[in-house]
Design a protein around this ligand. Sequence first.
Ligand code: ADP
Length: 252
Amino acid sequence: MICVNGVTKRYSSTVVVDGVSCRIQEGGITSIIGPNGAGKSTLLSMISRLLPMDSGSVTVDGLDVVSTPGRDLAKKMAILRQDNQLTVRLTVRDLVGFGRYPHNGGRPGPGDRTHIETAMAYLDLTALADKFVDELSGGQRQRAFIAMVLAQDTDYLLLDEPLNNLDMKHSVEMMRLLRRLTDDFGKTVVLVIHDINFASCYSDDIIAMCDGRLVHQGPPAEIMRSEVLKDIYEIDIRIEEIEGNRIGVYFA
Ligand code: ADP
């Protein structure tokens, strides 16, 4: 379980995450939704220790993210950042191989190779394995970074907008893959996502943020209601039930 206790982040006098507390249960998909600038990325970055917090605490399976040694934490939790920049020229296979670093310290063995090839196969990258990352399309590159996160083989996966740059086919495949990771392998996935309908169809739990505060948390049936979504996004969203899923209609 991830326990977030009163986490706050300020930039000079502006509070961008304001005393957020929540519990994220293990073995499911939790989606963090909310408008631009609500503090979603900042919260995820503090949970994963990419960003220091000003106050509060976060534990992952009882490990305090601030005081636990980095390598121990990296075996427990992997993160996909939103801004993935490479300063060196790497092939897809080499990039994915970096996911194994916390386990092998840079000396890969046969077990590592299996993880790398499996992660690439999951992300439909096998044919691109020897290509350089800077030769890929935006969506292919996004998948390569996700494969790296997967190769880390952690109990917890934190993904900041994993559907960025992905076309419809690869978006659906990504969400199905995340579902499979939780259902079949007991992984815990936390993601920041903009598409409320993907969040509705694939999540066990949804956290909604507004103005740095956590304003709603609950299963899709509770969050996917017009009055709740209006509270979050300040627009009218009609809810239709389609094949057992609640779909928000807001295109017109
Ligand atoms: P979201 O992910 O919900 O779109 P963010 O967490 O990225 O929101 O940002 C929350 C707020 O914090 C925004 O208003 C953003 O401008 C501000 N912010 C983020 N990073 C910085 C920074 N490094 N310096 C100052 N303000 C920042």
